[in-house]
Write a protein that binds this ligand. Structure first.
Ligand code: UT7
Length: 333
């Protein structure tokens, strides 16, 4: 049995936060943000809109496009670092109930921006082992809830949104997800983290910062490790599977920074039309960024059945991953 990437869906919040808006909030400029990141605007969820609300909406679309009935979904994984509630319940269980999926196996994955690739690898393993048949994987983030809008080093980067995909069992090898790499290095934990709010933080001082779960990032160091790690990872996954970069129809990287994407794309000698870019309009949406980007090329008609995608991601942990994924499309019975 193989695992096939059947369908994609996304939810994009309507409110837009532009670079001009941020110029009023912190000491920054549109020119600096555009030059250093490629970001022009990002989406922000409504005050009362939760990560599970967005994940549920993306999932509804992915299920409908998969041609499956909801009752056929037997596992739901949500990749997020901005869950509805810290610790419990998981955002996955809340989404499952909102979707009306009864008694489904549901859990969250914590791998930051690499979460969707980790979730994909778990779905693949469960399907190939025969334990599950149709796995719904979701990347959903309300990063605005954990962003410090007084910190210009991070608040210019992040946005909200959700994406979802249905991964299904197939006997057709042509539709099979070819390979997935995942890795981590906790010795770099302090480069990108939410230092407060967990058992690792001191709770003796309840000031604004201690009470929050704001992200902190050593941007420039993270940038350098990201370029090095991602380049090595995509080069090795292609080599191990004997695939040339010219065979990649869509390179779908985590959308953290245009300069990182460009550096990795150049290392693979990719043409512009192979590289999927949404960073300009959505910013960095962590675990949601890859499925939101895949949805973008699906909705614009660029993604066709049989197209080979190369996914790559890098994020807090540190974590990283890459995947070689043909787009299988709807099940033909
Ligand atoms: O998604 C998970 C993984 N995350 C990433 O991969 C993000 C990786 N990092 C980055 O994308 C980039 O490092 C940033 C966009 C965050 C920063 O770009 P950079 O080119 O690495 O800049 P820098 O941090 O080295 O800062 C350069 C200068 C500093 O000023 P001085 O010390 O040279 O005077 C910063 O204080 O830019 C200053 N700066 C800003 N200036 C205007 C930092 N943030 C801003 C800002 N506006 N928003």
């Amino acid at each position: 049995m193989y695992a096939a990437f059947r369908s994609i869906g996304a939810y994009i919040p309507t409110k837009i936060l532009t670079n001009a808006d941020l110029e009023v909030m912190v000491d920054t400029t549109d020119e600096w943000i555009t030059k250093r990141t490629g970001i022009k605007e990002r989406r922000i969820a409504a005050k009362d809109e939760t990560t599970s609300d967005m994940g549920m909406k993306a999932a509804e679309i992915a299920i409908q496009r998969s041609g499956l009935k909801k009752s056929q979904i037997d596992m739901l994984i949500c990749a997020t670092i901005s869950p509805d509630y810290f610790c419990m319940p998981s955002t996955a269980t809340i989404i499952a109930t909102k979707l009306g999926l009864e008694k489904v196996t549901a859990f969250d994955v914590s791998a930051a921006c690499t979460g969707f690739v980790y979730a994909l690898s778990i779905a693949k393993a469960f399907i190939e082992s025969g334990m599950k048949k149709n796995v719904l994987i979701i990347g959903a983030e309300k990063l605005s809830a954990i962003t410090d809008y007084t910190d210009r080093g991070t608040c210019i980067l992040f946005g909200d949104g959700a994406g979802a995909a249905v991964i299904s069992a197939t006997e057709d090898k042509k539709q099979a997800i070819i390979d997935i790499h995942t890795g981590s290095d906790g010795s770099f934990a302090d480069l990108l983290m939410t230092p407060n709010g967990g058992s690792g933080s001191a709770h003796d001082e309840l000031d604004r910062e201690k009470a929050s779960c704001f992200m902190k990032m050593k941007g420039n160091e993270t940038f350098k490790v990201a370029v090095r790690t991602l380049t090595n990872d995509v080069v090795s996954i292609l080599k191990e599977n004997n695939i040339q970069s010219s065979e990649i129809k869509h390179f779908v990287p985590h959308q953290a920074n245009y300069r990182i994407i460009k550096a990795v794309g150049d290392a693979l000698a990719l043409q512009d039309e192979q590289v999927v870019l949404t960073v300009e309009k959505y910013g960095n949406t962590s675990g949601a960024s890859i499925p939101m980007a895949i949805n973008d090329i699906y909705e614009s008609g660029r993604l066709q059945e049989g197209d080979l995608m190369l996914l790559d991601a890098f994020g807090g942990g540190l974590t990283w991953g890459s995947a070689l994924v043909p787009f299988a499309g709807i099940a033909h019975h």
